[in-house]
Design a protein around this ligand. Structure first.
Ligand code: NAP
Length: 302
């Protein structure tokens, strides 16, 4: 039997509607909208396209959004001053510094300068610590892992007592999603294993998974025979495997593929996310959700 396809685009639309309704309600009651600033240093085309997508979504939701684009030679001190300016701006609830930053800037220093209460990306060590503690301590779960958890929960997949195997141990995906799934609470309570390049028998671990989350960045890494029949497979990988001409625009676009052999895997899994159209659309959505949360915290209504 073919797996149920978990469509990130559909789940995204539902969550965005929920956010928009809440934004309108808060605007009516409190006269404020969530304020989000995206700081972009330089003109990296991929970064411009990410920032543009974030801004468009924020605008649609009725956020106050500021795109602050700075020249590539902006000094580290000037960037730190800029972050500080937004830290002290009460109309801004979320600050996002688009990565990668130019080489002469220490990105850790910049990310750590963001007020943890405005760190809607959830990368500040304070928010990483809060995530580790779990429960009410968590303010801003990082966006991609938060999107993954929403997809699992909203698809009705049982997480309590489930064997979750996470392929990859990065700070932005693998470690935080593993940590979130093992917490005590709804959408979690799982038994979690993290595997990586030094793991002895990757296939054996994957085969045990009721929920398999793959974030390795290796196209086709997970084979269909590694998947437990009926398992939920979340493919986080986004790999450029070629180019094609877009039917819509006539321009060259990348052909993307995930870390899982989708066509074969969907015949074994119970649930599976496609690439593109799976986890990808959820990341920006969760950024919007975190920015709304930041406003609610500032109003004392979260
Ligand atoms: P990363 O920092 O490169 O980490 C990759 C992890 O996978 C590492 O822990 C690495 O192990 C592990 N790994 C790599 N090859 C492996 C193999 N053959 N066997 C077992 N483990 C292996 O990557 P990331 O930032 O987490 O991103 C992972 C993928 O997700 C990428 O394709 C990225 O584009 C995608 N992504 C998508 C979104 C989205 O919104 N959809 C967001 C973020 C990332 P070691 O630690 O041992 O090296």
């Amino acid at each position: 039997m073919s797996a149920k396809i978990i469509k990130g685009t559909e789940i995204r639309n539902v969550i965005l509607e929920e956010i928009e309704a809440e934004v309108n309600e808060i605007k009516e009651k409190h006269g404020v909208s969530p304020g989000l600033v995206t700081i972009l240093v330089g003109e990296d085309p991929a970064s411009i396209s990410y920032v543009t997508a974030k801004i468009k979504t924020a605008q649609k939701l009725g956020f106050k959004e500021i795109q602050d684009t700075q020249p590539v030679d902006l000094s580290e001190d000037a960037l730190l001053e800029l972050v500080d300016k937004y830290n002290n701006d009460d109309s801004i609830h979320g600050i996002l510094v688009q990565l990668p930053l130019p080489k002469h800037v220490d990105d850790k220093k910049v990310l750590n300068a963001i007020d943890p209460d405005k760190d809607v990306d959830g990368f500040h060590p304070v928010n990483v610590g809060r995530l580790m503690i779990g429960g009410d301590e968590v303010k801003f779960p990082p966006c991609t892992p938060a999107g993954i958890q929403e997809m699992i929960v909203r698809s009705g997949v049982e997480t309590s007592g489930a064997e979750v195997v996470v392929v990859g141990r990065s700070n932005i995906v693998g470690k935080p999603i593993a940590n979130m799934m093992l917490q005590k609470g709804e959408g979690a309570n799982s038994t979690v294993t993290i595997v990586h390049t030094r793991t002895k028998d990757l296939a054996a671990h994957c085969k045990r998974a009721d929920i398999l989350i793959v974030a390795a960045g290796v196209p086709g890494l997970v084979k269909p025979e590694w998947i437990k029949p009926g398992a939920c497979v979340i493919d986080v990988g986004v790999n450029r495997v070629g180019e094609k001409i877009s039917e819509k625009t006539g321009k060259k676009i990348a052909i993307l593929s995930g870390d899982v052999d989708f066509d074969a895997a969907k015949e074994v899994a119970g649930f599976i996310t496609p690439v593109p159209g799976g986890v990808g659309p959820m990341t920006i959505t969760m950024l919007m959700k975190n920015t709304l949360k930041a406003l609610k915290f500032s109003l004392g209504i979260a």
